[in-house]
Design a protein around this ligand. Sequence first.
Ligand SMILES: Nc1ncnc2c1ncn2[C@@H]1O[C@H](COP(=O)(O)OP(=O)(O)OP(=O)(O)O)[C@@H](O)[C@H]1O
Length: 243
Amino acid sequence: MLDIQELRKTYGTFTALRGVNLHARGGEVFGLLGPNGAGKTTLLRIMATLLRPDSGQVTLAGHDALRDPESVRRVVGVVNGGMGLPARLTGREVLRSFAALYDLTRAQADARIAELDERLELGRTLDTRAGEYSTGMKQKVVIARAVIHDPAVLILDEAASGLDIFARRTLLDFVQATRAPGRLTVYSTHVMSEAEELCDRVAILHEGALVTTGSVPDILERTGERNLERAFFSLLRGEAAHA
Ligand SMILES: Nc1ncnc2c1ncn2[C@@H]1O[C@H](COP(=O)(O)OP(=O)(O)OP(=O)(O)O)[C@@H](O)[C@H]1O
């Protein structure tokens, strides 16, 4: 479902990704963890075709992200920090306009909006203008917009940050419910308990390189730690000792 090989990205003289290899299967929620500046956003932006790497290969749902970005965009939904909403449009108008971009008919769009209303508890957000949204309302519409076309691959970059515990719970439950054969969610977070709850497997990225990949139980067993946060620190301390 996702295959990344020898991915490198530099910004000027700074190397943000130094030959990353990653594989994730359909049916998984795959966590991407790492400290600030590890390269998570860079990696997710390359997967989403928003950024070009210097070299390497990225295949998503059978499409080559570098040679055929248009096909990748049709099967991918992305939520990242920099996404605004037009202040004068209501949530419903935003979602309908995105649905039209993906060639959904009005009836298909409205059926999908009704489904997302139920699953993301959009409620009055749908008929309120985006300029009047709280952070949580905005984020729910941004997420609904990202999945309006029912993408096979969902990329969530720190999607829960800024949400209160109710909105966060709605998002985590939504990600759980979206898990299905032939679908992949890539979920980057700083919050280890979220990764522990949601992710079938995680990759830990540090200074542009993968430190480890595996299921949470695997990583706990390998490190001898009792939770993912402790395992994370233990692995990063190991990296620092080798540096
Ligand atoms: N446009 C850019 N120009 C120069 N350096 C950049 C640019 N974008 C990112 N970087 C650098 O690349 C490194 C990786 O950044 P990236 O945003 O991918 O990390 P991250 O793991 O998502 O971090 P965070 O958890 O803080 O969001 C950082 O050191 C960052 O300063």
